[in-house]
Design a protein around this ligand. Sequence first.
Ligand SMILES: Nc1ncnc2c1ncn2[C@@H]1O[C@H](COP(=O)(O)OP(=O)(O)OP(=O)(O)O)[C@@H](O)[C@H]1O
Ligand SMILES: Nc1nc2c(ncn2[C@@H]2O[C@H](COP(=O)(O)O)[C@@H](O)[C@H]2O)c(=O)[nH]1
Length: 390
Amino acid sequence: MGEEAPEFRVDTITFGSKDCQQNAIDVGDKTYVIGRTDDDAKSSFGIKILDKLTQTWIVPTVLGAQPPSKSHSAILVNDEKILIVEKGVSLNDSIWFLEIDTPFVKQQRKIKGSEVVSWSKGVLGVAQKPVVISGPSGVGKGTLIAKLMKEYPSKFGFSVSHTTRSPRVKEIDGVHYHFAGRSKMEQDISEGEFLEFAHVHGNLYGTSIEAVESVTDEGKRCILDIDVQGARSVRASSLEAVFIFVCPPSFEELEQRLRARGTETEEQIQKRLRNARAELDQSNSPGLFDHLLVNDDLEACYENLKKLLSLDDDHKDSDGCYGKATACYSILSKTESKVFLQSETGEVVKGGASMLAVDLSSLTGGAPGRTRGLKTHSVNSIDNGLKGIR
Ligand SMILES: Nc1ncnc2c1ncn2[C@@H]1O[C@H](COP(=O)(O)OP(=O)(O)OP(=O)(O)O)[C@@H](O)[C@H]1O
Ligand SMILES: Nc1nc2c(ncn2[C@@H]2O[C@H](COP(=O)(O)O)[C@@H](O)[C@H]2O)c(=O)[nH]1
């Protein structure tokens, strides 16, 4: 649904506020107007899209946490996203992307049947790939993960899923799961907050994007304990991960472990065992799991898990040494793969540079979480910066 467009002049567009800064970015037949409103002492972004063919304004649904509103500069990175650089904050907090036509936005547009854009925070440096651990109920995934967390509390972090199932004795809300009502969880899913979700053994389970990103933000490698449907969804998502399937030594042993755990009724055990057969069948699906682990002897399996994780330890430290810099930047210009930022004051402060090139070629992740993999390097002048990429 649109409203008729007024004559288009960037400097006359307002969002009903007194103090308002706008950027107008042309992308094909559309113009994205990113404005900042200062109503009721609270500053926030307003986004409007002008369809130039029909001359109508569209107000899109905006997903994801928005940047702190102060003032900003903006530039089109490619047909999928707009780079926003916040002024007056350190580099670590200043780089944001407004996704306008990424795969995630396309998917959300399809679900909602209306226009969608989404925010994603740019993060300097590459993080270790999260680890997805799947396997039938009772195989020992939780036991293995608990051992890993206990031995390496600062290296690994657990992605706390949401579920509509009731808590077991000793399960703590926010630690083992976020125990959620179905309607609230469905609402959050429809608002694009979940990386994946699935109906498992009669309940709804899901991994919020925040559950994974908050672990990665702490500098830890994120471990997900999810079912095979969830693993498939993550494989299909923009999150690059390592996928491990844990098998039982036999079906009889699996049944025995599930019964010995004593957390399910007979009916639930039967349902979990039925589902286990289907999950075991899918463990060999081409291209789904990177590694299979048999959990026969617990200690031996745990040692194998640790070996896999160190093999996959592809962590590279960021070469962007300006992440902690306190200098504030704004956008100066752009080439195919780099955006040049200039220090707002022009002065070189400790840990900063008067001009930075942000390399956009190795970005991972995306809306509505974090866009990771940003690399920066200092340049002495725009000419030198350009020479480097010619
Ligand atoms: N190698 C093993 N040998 C014997 N018992 C085990 C082994 N690994 C785990 N167990 C036991 O099996 C039971 C199920 O383990 P756990 O709860 O970790 O399974 P799970 O895969 O996380 O199940 P769910 O998917 O239902 O959460 C627990 O009682 C655990 O102590
Ligand atoms: N797709 C997802 N599956 C999940 C998630 N969190 C847990 N699980 C899987 O559910 C079953 C049952 O777990 P339980 O705690 O009720 O025994 C198990 O296979 C888990 O791996 C999730 O976020 N998404």
